[in-house]
Design a protein around this ligand. Structure first.
Ligand SMILES: [Zn+2]
Length: 209
């Protein structure tokens, strides 16, 4: 999970309070959320408009632009109505309050832990652990697809970091490699939180600026 800056103006069609998936709501969400689910940070499963806070018939919550998020079925189904950290709220520093331990082989167990011991962070971590590891037979099969994706992303990042550390490349080549690393760490890239964690843990923070 990473922090997202949401478009401030809500699509006009939401004012009618008839259909929360009206006109360009989904398109706008796809731009703001970089086309990926805000929970698992992938686009492996089809994404849809999710109510961050369950509306339970409350019209305001149902059509409130800031309550509409882009989430995939796999994650939505695990989160249900649990209150979790809001990645679109800049006061919730989701990247630094949660620790992401990536895997480098597909059989590994993804470890997500809370750096901040408040209920919201702990509940978010519990959801993320289920999302990445599964807790039922079906969810474990879907979680495996995400794990495979984590391994693939890590392989690419490792290869780039290996090239970056070699002296055989000239200045121009190093600039290109650095550009590729930064692309992999950009919010628009998948599973960014895992890759940024590796960078932070290895004193390469300058690559995040
Ligand atoms: Zn998801």
């Amino acid at each position: 999970m990473i922090n997202i800056a949401r478009t401030e103006t809500a699509p006009d069609c939401l004012k009618k309070q008839q259909n929360y998936e009206c006109e360009n709501v989904l398109e706008k969400l796809k731009i703001d959320f970089f086309g990926k689910c805000y929970i698992c940070e992938t686009s492996l499963f089809s994404t849809n408009v999710e109510h961050f806070k369950a509306h339970r018939g409350d019209k305001k919550l149902k059509f409130e632009w800031t309550n509409l998020f882009l989430a995939c079925g796999h994650c939505n189904n695990i989160k249900l109505s649990t209150d979790i950290l809001n990645c679109t709220d800049s006061k919730h520093d989701v990247e630094n309050w949660i620790s992401y331990k990536p895997i480098f082989v597909p059989v590994g167990e993804v470890e997500i832990s809370a750096k901040r011991k408040n209920k919201l962070t702990i509940d978010t971590v519990n959801i993320l652990n289920k999302v990445y590891n599964g807790h039922t037979n079906i969810k474990t099969t879907d979680a495996q697809k995400i794990k495979d994706e984590i391994v693939k992303e890590m392989i690419v990042l490792q290869r780039l970091l290996l090239q970056y550390s070699k002296e055989k490349y000239n200045e121009l080549e190093i600039t290109d490699i650095e550009k590729d690393i930064r692309k992999k760490l950009h919010k628009g890239s998948k599973l960014t939180a895992f890759k940024r964690q590796v960078i932070k843990d290895n004193k390469l923070k300058f690559l995040l600026s």
